[in-house]
Design a protein around this ligand. Sequence first.
Ligand code: GLC
Length: 412
Amino acid sequence: MTIKQASAQGVQWFEDARFGMFIHWGLYSILARGEWVMHHEKIAPAEYEKLAGQFNPYHFNADEWVSIAADAGQRYMVITSRHHDGFSMFDTALSDYKVTNTPFKRDPLRELADACARRRDVKLGFYSSLLDWHHPAYRFRKESGQTWADYIAFLHGQVRELCTQYGSIACIWFDGDWPVQKLGTDNAYFAPGGSFEYDKLYDMIHTLQPDAMVINNRHAEPLPGEDIQGFEQDLPGQNSAGFNAERIYDQPLETCMTLNDHWGAYAGDENHKSTRHLIHTLVRAASAGSNLLLNVGPTALGELLPAHVQRLREMGAWLTLFGESVYNTRVGAVIASPEVVSTSKDNTHYVHVLNYVSDVVPLKIVPASVKAATLLRDGSPVKLELQGDTAALLTIPYNQRDEFDTVVKLTA
Ligand code: GLC
């Protein structure tokens, strides 16, 4: 059987979008020690479950979150429907361990889907954990008498719910393939010879939601049915995190990254990246042909951190002026240097001068069609000296530079 992929339309939407919001939100947000707290602190499921009785994010306002994303220039958001702790943040029919059985009672995924549908400029996608530290059929088969097939029915059934009950979705974002990669399929939690039955899972998604992109955070070459190569905490091709693939495959790309140092809420983590760094990361990602999925970890009360909202607003303000050089672009034709990266759209090329080294900016590869250079900011001409077939010099005096990124548009 050939496995379906996302539609051409879905792929184009994704690659044009370039910027999204990642949201890690769940019971762990109450403890505010990251989304791995249950595992790291060896909290027994029966103990951890008690958090459900406390979950009541009465400040949560879906319209507000969606407008913060839209104002930031983010074209999609991806929220945790169920993280590794096994708690469902939506009104699933397949488990009682879910958000609608907390004092909160509401389904935030439904509210976000409705808010996105009202605005139409931000699409919603869902993170889904492959592993589950709580489910009897994943972790406690001996004690519960459940089988691996029961777990697969649960996992696939939840994805079916996400694909059929929340309107048109941007993507399904899988995470937690590690037991397979690190321990093999024959470990304590995994049924001997078991698998996540990806072929069936991906085919179901592509049948129910032809435009939705499938990504699996496996840090490896995409499998058939996966539509995106993902990078975690690194730009494509870089591997400072130590677990990313260094090779870039011929697929749509996405880099996911935290705004501070954690995915889920983490009290005391004030190590927020600067707006300048974030804009540079977005532009560097785009220049490599990649989207940036930038993570926020809301509080247990349903608030985004003010420090994050501020940075998102600043990114949005920048994108209002310079978004033309990011959205709908593809890998840049002008070769990157520590000073410069580029993005391209047909015969138009955007040179992003990120750092000031000298007034004269050397460009290594310039497509032959290029004849003129202007500042994207106001259309004023920039001195362009073509040198032979492929090289050129731009002259941009220091007082003409922009705060974050001086964008020069090269045209025929
Ligand atoms: C890592 C973390 C996981 C998080 C994911 C997001 O895999 O372990 O908790 O959800 O990154 O990319």
